[in-house]
Design a protein. Structure first.
Lengths: 483, 490, 100
């Protein structure tokens, strides 16, 4: 029995989502990525003495949209100060929502895992600046000095805190990808994990199966891809299991994921009890979104992934299997579900459309290329009718994505123009005449020889013959010869 | 009359009518400053060149027939906890020495666009924490009426500058009495408006939920004129109420008004101050007001609540002085040591004491019993005031229990904190309050009467203040002003 | 309410939270002075005010917000001119130990 079989893993996630506002949360500085250091700064986001925060309405609307999308209650909230010293925080406190967050008690469905994960809360807070550690090793420890850029200071964030409802790295990954799809759909964020628009911290604990007592949790930071998230949870869970197995106790810690080494390590050199001395931010007044404001935001919400998933599932006949669920998830995550439904409306088989969208089309979109829904449907029609083989259909999609133009153009440019039925008919006559022996056996019922004739026809036509058409005509020839 | 004895409104009208030039006004005040500020030490920084430059451009604008503001040509001193772009702003703290803010406080923008000329930055208790200006990180300010005594605080520099006739107007800030108490001790008028009436953008915060900027002047009308310039909505301050102040009607008298004398503010008052209050009561009755005693029971707990709330907010507001972005840095081995050393060296004892107290009050395990409870007491105080205002239009009390004390006389922090016992409740409730000189009391020192009114009822407050002023004895003036007589004639 | 006396250790802990370096003598002085102020504040500890709403500040406004419109930022050189130390357009700080 492996360690993993003896223990249960519990995962809760905190996701920080940067909002796509034009300006920062409390000042008019531009919210943009990649400006030269310290060029989007003002007295407010630089924490200059005397400066005061004023709340960005758009950020509040996005936070409400997120709350609604996650089935939360949107309610009265109060900003608080979280006090601690760090050079990337210009006031040495962070304005955040503490005991009265704007969104509470929601949930998110994980379709593949088939479970519902609770959303404890989603609250608004400001981002910190960025510290670059300069020195011998380039890492936090041992750096000689640091440089601070406050462009990111004050960028609006919504922090979404899940309940500890996930039980594996896979579930955690599915949660983040589903959450990301929802957040992107609301328009609140671009969802770019690599640019830090979405940042994930994972709380991981383990406990031995059959025991009631929950384990001590560790918080893992620096998870900036789905891959890191999965690997880090697996590593961390294993680390904790080994500690418990050896009779030790897991210490509550904040740990840093090192992607290169594939390990988590303790972030703090000395354990100082956190005492953030939260208190209500006196420079801001309470936020009490009116029902009008909430309903306006609700009215502007697009159709969200869960509803889109339900629509695709209906096309699948209501009960998609696991791999179909995963494919549906991929399509929704990349906004490709419209392609699938267009294909289905055109009478094409759902499984084919889903598979081509979730695989080939997704790969193309992932590489930054695009295809119109019309082109997608056109290629699938050609494939479904037998004009194109699967391999040919994929090549046509790639050609169209790169070059654009009509499906027919692609087919002829790639030389996939098939022979006419008459031409195939003469080919049948030709190869059967060339191989009288095999033809005789085929006539006698050795059906597997059809493959032999297809191969011969392919050779003779330079690959232009459509196998399905050829087989049909071959079978027809035998029938008419026998009748 | 000497220019330096003129009221702000007289100066503004003389300048507008070209009877006086702004340049003459500025020169007269600068020469008074250079003659006597060595003894008084009201200013941390005198902006002589800037003021002369501003005066010239105002004179030119008037010569061109352009419209100038209601305070055109009037000098004004600004407490050194409000920012003025490019001009050193220190809060009288070594931790900020040399800091030139890259922006100007809204309130300073407003007085400048009204035509007033900022003549200098005045001394204060470091970060406005104190009641004597002895806590300045640089030097103490002396009371112009008696140089051996404190001017009060924390806006001691602004109060002293007005009393010394260095300027007809000054801006101060009041968190627990920091305008009213020094106004009382220096014999000038000082008003703390309703919380939110004047923008705090650019006011370096001490206790954000209590701080409010207000005017100093030698007359009630001048104070009202300055308040009407600075009171307005500011989109940069989320707590800005979005209303202005209309000074018309403040001379309507108190006939028929009901005025309460707050019982809780009579305890521990010196006999001189008590008799000043008695004569003020008699004067108001003579002017037609009905005076009665009233109890505001929760005011008794004001001091306790204040000394939890204000330090708590201050401990957070002052965290940013860490040696990273501006001001003093004392380099350490690493960032934490740099923080520790910078703040150790940069802050004075009183500031550290309050940061410690506030950190304690907010720390885990004490929040509910200390900070949380103090916030509940605020609710009680507001409730008790509201009950009193059901029966009274305004309330009065002594501003400070005593007259100005001598330097070093109050070394124990708690006894110093007692100076603010009458002024603190209105900060906690967010109500307006002002001090009107009605002295003299002990040793010929000035003593003020405090007038309190409900939120946004500054009009009523100023009416009572004007009635008091009309009945008050001759204002106290510095020794040198008596000797000079009408020196420096216009 | 907490006990009247704040110990020296507690004082040192508070000082560290506030990032104030204090000597042992100062710790003793502060623990005496803080204890005295807190003892005075004990009168509110005795008040039975359960259920009274706390007042954050005197303003009763709600929902004060600004529109999402870009405003001017500061000139970096003017800001860095006030910085104790800077490099490459950034604020330079001494090394950060693995502490948050
Ligand atoms: Zn900014």
């Amino acid at each position: 029995m492996s360690l993993e079989d003896k223990y249960l893993i519990t995962v809760g996630l905190e996701v920080h989502c940067e909002l796509r506002t034009a300006t920062k949360l409390f000042c008019g500085c531009a919210n943009v990525f990649g400006s030269p250091p310290n060029t989007n700064i003002c007295p407010v986001c630089l924490g200059l003495p005397g400066a005061l925060p004023v709340l960005n309405r758009r950020a509040v609307e996005y936070a409400i949209a997120i709350g609604l999308a996650l089935n939360c209650d949107v309610r009265r909230s109060v900003f608080a100060r979280k006090n601690y010293f760090y050079p990337d925080m210009p006031k040495d406190f962070q304005i955040s929502q503490y005991d009265e967050p704007i969104c509470v008690e929601g949930y998110l469905e994980l379709p593949v895992a088939g479970k519902r994960v609770g959303i404890v809360r989603a609250h608004i807070e400001e981002d910190t600046g960025k510290t670059t550690h300069v020195g011998s090793s380039g890492r936090i420890q041992g750096a000689d000095f640091s440089l601070v850029d406050y462009n990111r200071s004050g960028i609006p964030l919504v922090e979404i805190v899940s309940a500890p409802d996930m039980e594996s790295a896979e579930e955690a990954r599915e949660y983040v990808s589903e959450l990301r799809a929802i957040l992107v759909a609301t328009g609140a964020t671009d969802g770019k994990m690599e640019e830090g628009s979405l940042r994930v911290d994972a709380n991981v604990s383990v406990h031995r199966k059959g025991t009631e007592e929950l384990g001590t949790r560790c918080e893992i930071k620096n998870l900036n891809s789905l891959r890191s998230l999965g690997r880090a949870i697996q590593y961390e869970a294993r680390r904790q299991m080994e500690i418990v197995e050896e009779g030790g106790r897991v210490r509550q810690q904040t740990r840093h994921w090192n992607e290169d080494q594939g390990v988590t390590s303790s972030l703090r050199s000395k354990e100082e009890a956190n005492d953030y001395r939260y208190f209500p931010e006196p420079d801001l007044v309470p936020l009490e979104p009116s029902s009008e404001m909430v309903e306006l935001v609700r009215a502007e919400l697009p159709v969200l992934p869960p509803a889109r998933r339900a629509a695709l599932s209906d096309l699948a006949g209501g009960k998609p299997n696991r791999s179909e669920l995963e494919q549906i998830g991929t399509c929704i995550g990349l906004d490709l579900d419209g392609f699938v439904s267009s294909a289905a409306e055109a009478g094409l088989p759902f499984k084919l459309a889903l598979s081509r969208a979730a695989n080939e089309l997704a790969a193309l979109v992932g590489a930054g290329e695009a295809l119109s829904p019309e082109a997608f449907v056109g290629v699938l029609k050609a494939e479904d009718s037998g004009r194109l083989s699967a391999t040919q259909a994929k090549a046509v999609m790639a050609w169209l994505a790169e070059t654009g133009g009509a499906v027919e153009e692609a087919i002829s440019a790639l030389g996939f123009v098939g022979l006419s039925d008459d031409e195939v008919g003469s080919l049948v006559d030709r190869v059967t005449a060339e191989h009288p022996n095999e033809w005789g056996r085929y006539m006698a019922g050795e059906n597997q020889l059809a493959g032999f004739f297809i191969g011969a026809a392919m050779k003779a036509s330079g690959g232009k013959v459509n196998g399905r058409v050829f087989s049909a005509l071959l079978a027809g020839k035998r029938e008419s010869a026998q009748s | 009359m000497a220019i330096v004895d003129m009221a702000a409104r007289e100066i503004a009208s003389a300048v507008r009518n070209r009877e006086l030039s702004a340049t003459e006004v500025v020169e007269a005040h600068l020469s008074e400053i250079s003659a006597h500020d060595r003894e008084v030490a009201a200013f941390l920084l005198v902006l002589a060149d800037e003021a002369r430059h501003r005066a010239r451009s105002i004179d030119e604008a008037i010569a061109r027939g352009e419209e100038v503001g209601p305070l055109a040509g009037v000098p004004i001193a600004v407490k050194d906890n409000m920012t003025l772009r490019g001009v050193e702003t220190t809060c009288a703290s070594r931790i900020l020495a040399g800091w030139r803010p890259p922006y100007t406080a809204t309130v300073v923008q407003r007085v400048e666009s009204a035509g007033a000329i900022v003549i200098g930055k005045t001394n204060l208790d470091e970060f406005a924490m104190g009641s004597s200006t002895e806590n300045s990180g640089f030097f103490p300010t002396r009371n112009p009426i008696d140089l051996s005594r404190v001017p009060g605080g924390s806006s001691g520099g602004s109060a002293a500058a007005v009393a010394a006739r260095f300027t007809p107007l000054a801006l101060g800030s009041d968190t627990g009495g920091s305008i009213r108490q020094p106004a009382s001790l220096c014999g000038v008028v000082g008003a703390k408006p309703t919380y939110g009436l004047v923008s705090r953008y650019g006011l370096i915060a001490f206790a954000s939920s209590l701080d409010q900027i207000g005017p100093f002047a030698r007359s009630v009308e001048d104070a009202a004129a300055l308040l009407s310039v600075i009171a307005s909505r500011d989109p940069m301050d989320s707590t800005s109420l979005g209303v202005g102040f209309d000074a018309s009607g403040i001379a309507e008298g108190v006939q028929g008004m009901r005025i309460g004398v707050v019982e809780e503010m009579l305890e521990g008052v010196s006999s001189g101050v008590a008799s000043v209050l008695d004569s003020a009561i008699a004067a108001l009755e003579a002017a037609g007001a009905a005076i009665e005693r009233v109890s505001v029971p929760a005011a008794r707990y004001g001091l306790s609540a204040y000394y939890l709330i204000a330090p708590a907010e201050a401990s957070s507001n002052l965290a940013r002085f860490d040696g990273v972005r501006y001001g003093l840095r004392v380099e350490g081995e690493d960032i934490t040591e740099t923080y520790l050393r910078t703040r150790e060296r940069g802050f004075g004892a009183e500031v550290k004491r309050r940061i410690m107290l506030g950190t304690y009050a907010l720390s885990a395990g004490y929040y509910d019993a200390l900070y949380g409870k103090a916030q509940q007491v605020r609710t009680l105080i507001a409730r008790d005031f509201a009950a009193a205002y059901e029966h009274f239009d305004a309330l009065i009390s002594p501003t400070s229990p005593t007259v100005a004390f001598r330097f070093g006389e109050r070394s124990d922090p708690l006894s110093m904190y007692m100076s603010d016992v009458c002024t603190i409740p209105s900060n906690l409730a967010g109500h307006p309050g002002m001090s009107v000189p009605f002295g003299p009391a002990e040793n010929g020192m000035p003593a003020g009467v405090q007038v309190l009114a409900p939120a946004l009822r500054e009009g009523v407050m100023f009416r009572v203040a004007m009635a008091l002023e009309a009945a008050a004895s001759e204002a106290a003036v510095p020794e040198w002003a008596k000797a000079a007589g009408s020196g420096g004639a216009a | 309410m907490s006990s009247d006396q704040i110990s020296r250790d507690e004082t040192l802990h508070i000082a560290h939270l506030a990032r104030l370096a204090i000597t042992d003598e100062e710790a003793d002085l502060y623990s005496r002075q803080l204890s005295a102020v807190l003892a005075h504040a004990r009168d509110i500890g005795a008040l039975d005010i359960a259920g009274v709403e706390p007042t954050m500040h005197a303003v009763s406004m709600r929902n004060v917000m600004r529109e999402d419109v870009v405003a001017d930022s500061l000139d970096r050189e003017e800001v860095l001119a006030s910085a104790p130390s800077s490099e490459a357009g950034m604020f330079l700080v001494p090394r950060i130990m693995g502490e948050e």
